[in-house]
Design a protein around this ligand. Structure first.
Ligand code: ACM
Length: 689
């Protein structure tokens, strides 16, 4: 007994020593494949010697890796092998790691640091992990063995630099953070109606006119004075573009951080700026009238191929993103050249006409050794033979592409659109709508349940998108990106069994955010999060829960919510009308539904909440009528509630209800829209008490 006690004291002593020595808990973001804490520390001398043991290593990348990591070093060649320091060893394989492309093994002991990797990217990421083991205030690096490899090869961020132009310095600053968290694809949305952002020598009007507008913010430009462009020299000109020299600088910056920049040139739509600078490329040849290129006109192909030629000369990326989303296709239906093209090529509709353009552009890219990447609309009318799909309208597009043997990248709006609100809308700057808190982003699982292991091999990875309509400044862009983009980094890197929301949350609060702030970034202060709408946090009990609802006017299938049960499932809606709890109605009379309580019941209140968010056309009703019946034939009106619908910039909620005394089996609830705004009604629950 005494001996055991003594042993325990000795053991406890060891544990305590280890704890005091390990002055802070070590946790790596994104969470690695495997981590074993060692005993003691490596003392980081300033500067520590790094020996490159292989002539083939790219010293620029290695040097940059240490800079990004904030670790001062002195690089040395092969000869320095024996000294205490960091030793980088190129290996052919790593035990326990199947895909070695970006993998590494990092071993820190009190006598030195050894990194094994098969590629420069592997070294780069090992060094980022090393940074997270280091406490440079005390010059100590935690002893540990880390074996690590990414779950997905593609871990991306998209920046929309069209809606609000951002400087090359801003872009490079974001690459520092991407690299530190092992993200490797930066997709630049370079062209859109709000501004063309890339120097193209052959078409100077793209940057003399289409890159500038009289309004600084997208919102003013969109709402005031008809979305005009102006000459670069004009005194009110706001906007900008990247020169080829700027791009070369960004590309070299990216290369040293193992990041590929993927340029996006939008076609056939989102192209108002091009079609104002070069109106002959639209169906009607009028500036300011069209958003879609004319697909019947050979000049369109000449233009696109010339632009893409200059793009390919600049960007080494294998993928060239050609947009492809949200084409209106209306002008094609009456354009003689488009109709002629459809007839000649045997295309049965405008979807096939779009597909004709995408296929032709793909051929051109492939002939130049590049691959085509596009938003999921490129599936419409038939997918080009070698195309990769970026799935944004949910994951169905990605799934469909994969099931026909193509690659896909997942970027669904409900998890990856960082322009959505990250906290209670009333506490946030105006956003595009939707509620996408950090926890939901983190919860994203890119491989849908229905996908087989074989299919999942074609899923390249994930991407967070930052559309910037409502994001006019650099600080605001960082605020929307972080910390949510770091959740996407972990979704892309970490195996699902190693993911943990409590651990990630803790790392964000104690490490990721403080470090980011210290480096001069402007993330959302997640420690101040308010969270979801209080009404949505717990299921509620009331008389109509589980009761059948008959819809006299159908709900809008674009937002199926929780199906027919939504209005009586006991679940109230949150900040986001896409959260599966808000049911949408868009018919003439919006909500027109009868709840059957199954037996005559004494009721004293009936009401439902509506959401208003005017940007996407979600309005409160102008009128609600509530009636009841005991036989299902003769109804008594209990309330007629009038409401003045007022347009505003905020997300708001309002209950439309009745209180009193009545007997009812059937409850008829109707809402009526304000004619002048139209729009959709979103209702969460018909609550009966
Ligand atoms: C998109 O959000 N239109 C790709």
């Amino acid at each position: 007994m005494k001996k055991t006690l003594l042993m325990m004291i000795v053991m406890l002593g060891c544990v305590l020593t280890a704890c005091t020595e390990a002055s802070r808990p070590v946790a790596i973001t994104p969470a690695p494949l495997s981590y074993e804490q060692g005993r003691g520390f490596y003392e980081w001398n300033t500067p520590t010697t790094v020996s490159l043991t292989d002539e083939g290593m790219d010293a620029d990348i290695i040097q940059t890796a240490f800079e990004t990591a904030g670790l001062p070093v002195q690089l040395e060649g092969k000869a320095a092998g024996g000294k205490k320091g960091v030793r980088l060893e190129r290996v052919r394989e790593l035990p326990g790691v199947a895909a070695t492309e970006e993998a590494y093994r990092l071993e820190v002991t009190s006598s030195g640091v050894t990194v094994q990797a098969c590629t420069d990217a592997g070294f780069f990421y090992a060094i980022q992990t090393l940074a997270q083991l280091a406490d440079m205030e005390n010059g100590k690096v935690q002893a540990a063995v880390v074996t690590d490899a990414p779950r997905f090869a593609y871990r991306g961020i998209m920046l929309d630099v069209s809606r609000h132009f951002r400087s090359k310095d801003f872009v490079m600053k974001q690459m520092d953070l991407m690299a530190a968290y092992k993200m490797n694809r930066l997709h630049l949305h370079l062209t859109d109606a709000a501004g063309w952002r890339l120097q193209i020598d052959r078409y100077p009007r793209l940057t003399q006119l289409a890159a500038w507008r009289p309004q600084e913010t997208w919102k003013d430009w969109w709402e005031k004075n008809g979305r005009q462009y102006c000459e670069q020299e004009s005194p009110e000109a706001s906007g900008g573009f990247y020169t080829k020299e700027d791009v070369r600088e960004m590309l070299e910056y990216a290369r040293r951080r193992c990041i590929t920049i993927i340029p996006e040139i939008e076609m056939p739509s989102h192209s108002e700026e091009v079609l104002t600078a070069y109106p002959e490329l639209s169906c009607t040849h009028e500036p300011y009238k069209q958003s879609d290129f004319c697909v019947g006109n050979e000049k369109t192909f000449e233009f696109l191929e010339n632009v893409l030629t200059e793009v390919m000369e600049l960007f080494p990326s294998k993928y060239i993103h050609i947009g492809g989303d949200e084409a209106g296709k209306a002008s094609w239906k009456t354009c003689p050249l488009c109709l002629q093209r459809m007839k000649k090529e045997g295309l049965k509709d405008v979807d096939e006409l779009q597909s004709y353009l995408i296929r032709r552009i793909e051929k051109f890219l492939n002939a130049n050794g590049r691959d085509l990447l596009g938003w999921d609309e490129i599936l419409e009318g038939g997918l080009a033979p070698n195309a990769t799909v970026m799935s944004w309208r949910g994951v169905e597009g990605g799934l469909k592409a994969i099931r026909s043997g193509h690659h896909a990248i997942m970027s669904p709006g409900g998890y990856c659109y960082l322009d959505s609100y990250q906290d209670a809308p009333f506490s946030q700057p105006e956003a595009i709508g939707g509620y996408l808190p950090l926890e939901r982003v983190y919860s994203y699982e890119p491989v849908p349940d229905s996908m087989t292991v074989e299919e999942a091999r074609l899923l390249l990875g994930v991407q967070a998108n930052l559309w910037t309509e409502y994001i006019p400044t650099a600080e605001h862009a960082e605020y929307m990106l972080y910390p949510r983009a770091i959740a996407v980094a972990e979704v892309g890197w970490t195996q699902p069994e190693n993911k943990s929301w409590p651990s990630f949350r803790q790392r964000v609060l104690t490490q990721v955010l403080p470090q980011m702030q210290a480096k001069g970034y402007h993330p959302f202060d997640y420690s101040q999060e308010i969270g979801n709408r209080p009404e949505a946090q717990q299921p509620i009990e009331h008389l109509a829960v589980g009761k059948k609802v008959k819809f006299l006017a159908p709900n809008w299938k674009n937002y199926p919510a929780n199906g027919e049960e939504t209005l009586t499932d006991g679940l109230r809606g949150g900040w986001n009308y896409s959260d599966g709890r808000w049911m949408a109605f868009i018919t003439d009379k919006r909500v027109d539904a009868i709840v059957d309580l199954e037996e005559e019941t004494a009721v004293h209140s009936i009401g439902a909440d509506f959401m208003q968010i005017c940007g996407p056309g979600v309005f409160f009703p102008k009128k609600v009528i509530i009636s009841v019946s005991t036989d299902g034939e003769n109804y008594t009106q209990l309330a007629e509630i009038d409401h003045e619908v007022v347009k505003d910039d905020v997300v708001s909620f309002k209950n439309f209800g009745w209180t009193g005394e009545a007997k009812a089996r059937y409850i008829h609830y109707q809402s009526f829209p304000e004619e002048k705004y139209g729009g959709v009604h979103f209702v969460d629950e018909i609550v009966v008490e």
